[in-house]
Design a protein around this ligand. Structure first.
Ligand SMILES: Cc1ncc(COP(=O)(O)O)c(C=O)c1O
Length: 415
């Protein structure tokens, strides 16, 4: 990997913090569902001279000279993404997930138009219509929810809301929902009310690409995904759509919303798509899901309440109130054990998003490290011990030592 000798000579201050973060990642357990470890090849692609180039426009239609090579890079990324997701058209330029979603709204609807999206505390993302986000401020969102008894999206309810509201667009997708989405039903409802169908598969894209979860790309009007979660690429996003919407989408990304694409990131996306097309990636996705299943089962055995009582994907939201603490308190305790998690709202959370009732756990990163079900059982036991013995600093320290030992015996592939 990189030897860092230039940054060492020129800027030891910045190198010191980079090294500190490398050590933290090496020694700590990453259970944040949206994080992963990009491969050495992906990291190398990001660190190339492609960052020096300006290339506003699209392959063969650029506003700057000297883009013959960049055209090749972008075309490789597009073709690989098309193959991976069975997409008719792909735009690989979005800088990240929220900008990709902004581009989709910008392309398909007008400010003030009606849209349906999953509510934040029921598992949706800020950019699916939350009132403090640009999406909720600019567009007229109605938020659907999960059924409180089952923790699952009730499609009959979604249809009822869609028939009543007659939205221009229906958003399906999530940040903290652990069940398979009924894409076909969403599409049928959108067709019935004459709405555009938009899927945000940011969280599950890697599992979908591997064929382990259902793929909405072939039949939805438009689909976005980040490239850095289960897909294990660089930070960034792509938009996929039916060919008939290709001009709308491309114009919304550039010149509508963004300037020059980040070509070094485009190269890294291409590398990540290449990795995801390999058979090993299917094995990885299977293991991510098997690990998540075991994790959910272990939590349930220990008396924790999981929203929807389990998981079909890589994540789960655990209600911490039964254990007498909030999600933020649990996050802080687990930090002291060397385990990183993210606090999460639970459906109809009585507490505010900064101090919600739940914690979201995910298995993409630890699976990249090579951890399997046997290790997952030990990790859940440590989490439970940390929570039960939260007032005993020596106990938390002891767990941290065990976590470090396990982490060091499963090194991160890129470090
Ligand atoms: C479903 C979903 N969409 C969009 C995003 C936003 O992605 P980014 O953080 O890259 O803007 C996220 C991020 O967590 C997400 O979970």
């Amino acid at each position: 990997m990189f030897d860092y000798k230039n940054i060492y000579a020129q800027d030891p201050e910045v190198l010191a913090v980079i090294k500190k973060e490398m050590k933290r990642q090496s020694e700590e357990m990453e259970l944040i569902a949206s994080e992963n470890y990009a491969s050495k090849a992906v990291l190398e692609a990001m660190g190339t001279v492609l960052t020096n180039k300006y290339s506003e426009g699209y392959p063969a239609h650029r506003y700057y000279g000297g883009n013959q090579v960049i055209d090749e890079v972008e075309t490789i990324a597009i073709e690989r993404a098309k193959k991976l997701f069975k997409a008719q058209h792909v735009n690989v330029q979005p800088l990240s997930g929220s900008p990709a979603n902004a581009a989709v709204y910008f392309a398909f609807i007008k400010p003030g138009d009606k849209v349906l999206g999953l509510k934040l505390d029921h598992g949706g993302h800020l950019s699916h219509g939350h009132p403090i986000n640009f999406s909720g401020l600019l567009y007229n969102f109605t938020q659907y929810e999960v059924d409180l008894a089952t923790g699952r999206i009730d499609m009959a309810k979604v249809r009822e809301i869609a028939l009543r509201e007659k939205p221009k667009m229906i958003v399906a997708g999530y940040s903290a929902y652990s069940r398979e989405i009924e894409w076909q039903k969403f599409k049928e409802i959108a067709d019935e009310v004459g709405a555009f169908s938009f899927a945000d598969i940011a969280h599950t894209a890697g599992l979908i690409a591997a064929g382990e979860m259902a793929n909405p790309v072939p039949f939805f009007d438009v689909v976005t995904t980040t490239t850095h979660k289960t897909l294990r690429g660089p930070r960034g996003a792509i938009i996929m759509c039916q060919e008939k919407f290709s001009k709308l989408v491309d114009r919304a990304v550039f010149p509508g919303l963004q300037g020059g694409p980040h070509d070094h990131i485009t190269a890294a996306k291409a590398v990540a798509f290449g990795e995801a097309l390999r058979p090993e990636f299917k094995q990885y996705a299977k293991q991510v899901m098997a690990n998540a299943k075991t994790m959910a089962e272990e939590f349930i055995k220990l008396g924790y309440r999981i929203i929807s009582d389990g998981t079909d994907n890589h994540l789960m939201v655990v209600d911490m109130t039964a254990k007498g603490l909030s999600g933020k308190e649990a996050e802080n305790i687990l930090d002291r054990c060397g385990i990183s998690v993210s606090r999460s709202t639970i459906p109809n959370d009585p507490n505010p998003p900064m101090n919600p009732s739940g914690v979201r756990f995910g298995t993409p990163a630890i699976t990249t490290r090579g951890l399997k079900q046997e290790e997952i059982k030990r990790i859940v036991a440590w989490i439970n011990a940390g929570i039960e013995h939260r007032d005993e600093p020596e106990m938390l320290e002891k767990i941290k030592d065990q976590v470090r030992e396990m982490c060091l015996s499963f090194p991160i592939p890129s470090i």
